[in-house]
Design a protein around this ligand. Structure first.
Ligand code: GTP
Length: 181
């Protein structure tokens, strides 16, 4: 079966660990230094449930509450990873703004999304509780996980979960002969 191509955008406030999560997933390494991203696209072939996927992961520059959603984040994209850091209330607030802007721009009320609370290894600095993450995900009706890019906890599972959400969302259209964007 030929590889299915899936393009996923990783969004969230600055320094929440978007690049670290993608690099951990694609290259199996963690870099402690902080180098703000402009924009990078990574590729990885993933085998999931007997199917090969060529995933393209768009690691975006951090967004803030005033950010304007570029068309390149909404056209031809199959799914999204929305990241906040459990050590930053600001990042939790900003991810809500990003989500609202995304749905508004897409004119949709449901999009394949996984919400990720990263840096769960930083117990002493935690300000966003597990319950707050769960509550937000249930409001959005999306999958949720807390992760640590540093300790490589839950990183591969949540990227797989995005693929699962994408299949759930678009699968029937493909089977009926329609094609994903
Ligand atoms: N302890 C800990 N530190 C992390 C984790 N993930 C990322 N970091 C650190 O947090 C800082 C920011 O990580 P990045 O991956 O660059 O964050 P980003 O969201 O891509 O940042 P922008 O490019 O500005 O949007 C770096 O110093 C990372 O080493 C984590 O899970 N645990």
């Amino acid at each position: 079966m030929p590889a299915k191509q899936r393009k996923i955008v990783i969004m969230g406030f600055r320094a929440v660990g978007k690049s670290s999560l993608v690099i951990q997933f694609v290259e199996n390494q963690f870099v402690d230094s902080y180098d703000p991203t402009i924009e990078n696209t990574f590729e990885k072939v993933v085998h999931y449930r007997g199917q090969e996927y060529l995933t393209q992961l768009v690691d975006t520059a951090g967004q803030d509450e005033y950010f304007l959603m570029p068309q390149s984040y909404t056209v031809g994209i199959h799914g999204y990873v929305m990241v906040y850091s459990v050590t930053s209330m600001k990042s939790y607030d900003v991810v809500k703004v990003i989500y609202d802007k995304l749905l508004d721009q897409l004119g949709a009320n449901k999009v394949p999304i996984v919400l990720v609370g990263n840096k769960r290894d930083l117990h002493m600095q935690r300000v966003v509780t597990l319950e707050m993450g769960k509550k937000l995900a249930s409001q959005w009706n999306v999958a949720f996980v807390e992760s640590s890019a540093k300790q490589n906890e839950e990183v591969t599972p949540f990227f797989q979960r995005v693929l699962q959400e994408i299949e759930k969302h678009y699968g029937t259209q493909e089977e009926s002969g329609c094609h994903i964007l």
